[in-house]
Design a protein. Structure first.
Ligand code: DHB
Length: 305
């Protein structure tokens, strides 16, 4: 069977399939469950400075078989409470990446420092939630601000820093490049696309918050294009995210330039066992294509440099 192990952002992964942030609950037990199911690493729900209840329901809606529309409102217990959940997942042996969100560079740095102390192998900065006032895309759309935030965090933590950037902008590669200049160890791309559904009978948006983010199969071509362009622009590793439902989807991202991938909506649609299936199927697919190691497939679709 082909070798799926890969090094990404200075972290050794047993396979390239990471549990995406915000999927499958946020408890230590659910992170441990994803690890037990075969994920290469698990990424926590984005954690902020203080507890947040999130938006009122409905916060999530399926978009036929194409994906999910969600606006959860960054619900989380706050960084004060969260380390005990990470501890639970660490005791189960999981490789954990801690996701944080904040409103400015100083708050990001403070949170990342507290997150790094929990024993996570890397931190991922949520610079891309598409609908939370004062967070995510609102602080992550300007390359100069992205560079400032990443630099502030890199100056404060020893673990690798991953910048998760938004597709809701004209030039995602410029954001990736800014994060690289700030010292990021890797870029994850993409987060959800800003999106809306209307209930015509109620004459109002389906989600209580109105605007939300679209994930799942519908956004895969958008994610692939972003990863392709970012790969051309930066030298640090890229983590592909967006609509990965099958091993072939994952290999598309790898050949577009990603070294690992995050899986989210597929977990909601197919259950946590999707991780075991994806690893098995990717190994078989690489065997069929005569590729001995996953690393040999990275950026294989780009013209030789
Ligand atoms: C939420 C956060 C995100 O980063 C995202 O992409 C989608 C939703 C949230 O908690 O609402």
């Amino acid at each position: 069977m082909a070798d799926l192990s890969v090094r990404c952002a200075g972290v050794s992964l047993r396979n390239p399939f990471l549990l995406a942030s915000g999927i499958w609950g946020e408890s230590g037990d659910s992170l441990a469950g994803a690890w037990a199911a075969g994920a290469g690493a698990v990424i926590t729900k984005s954690i902020g400075a203080v507890p947040r209840p999130g938006y009122p329901n409905p916060t999530i809606e399926t978009y036929e078989r194409w994906g999910l529309l969600n606006a959860m409102g960054l619900p989380n217990p706050g960084i004060g409470e969260y380390p005990r959940e990470i501890d639970l997942a660490r005791k189960a042996g999981a490789t954990i990446i801690g996701s944080v969100f904040a409103g400015d560079a100083e708050e990001f740095a403070r949170l990342a420092e507290l997150m790094a102390r929990t024993g996570v192998v890397a931190v991922e900065l949520n610079l891309s939630c598409p609908h939370a006032e004062g967070f995510g895309t609102e602080v992550g759309s300007d390359p100069e601000e992205v560079e400032r935030i990443v630099r502030a965090v890199v100056d404060r933590v020893k673990v690798p820093v991953i910048a998760k950037i938004t597709p809701n902008t004209s030039d995602p590669a410029a954001l990736a490049s800014a994060a690289e200049h700030g010292g990021a160890a890797a870029i994850s791309a993409i987060n959800t696309l800003r999106a809306l559904a209307i209930d015509v009978r109620l004459r109002r948006p389906v989600l209580a918050h109105g605007l939300g983010g679209l994930s799942g199969a519908a956004i895969k071509p958008v994610g692939l294009a972003c990863v392709w362009q970012i790969y051309e622009e930066v030298s640090i590793p890229v983590i592909g995210v967006g609509g990965i439902m099958t091993a072939e989807d994952a290999l598309e991202y790898i050949m577009a330039g990603a070294r690992s991938v995050e899986v989210g909506t597929a977990v909601t649609f197919q259950g946590i066992d999707v991780f075991g299936r994806l690893a098995h199927d990717l190994s078989a697919l690489l065997d069929e294509l005569g590729i001995a190691r996953l690393e040999d497939a990275v950026a294989a679709a780009h013209p030789a440099r």
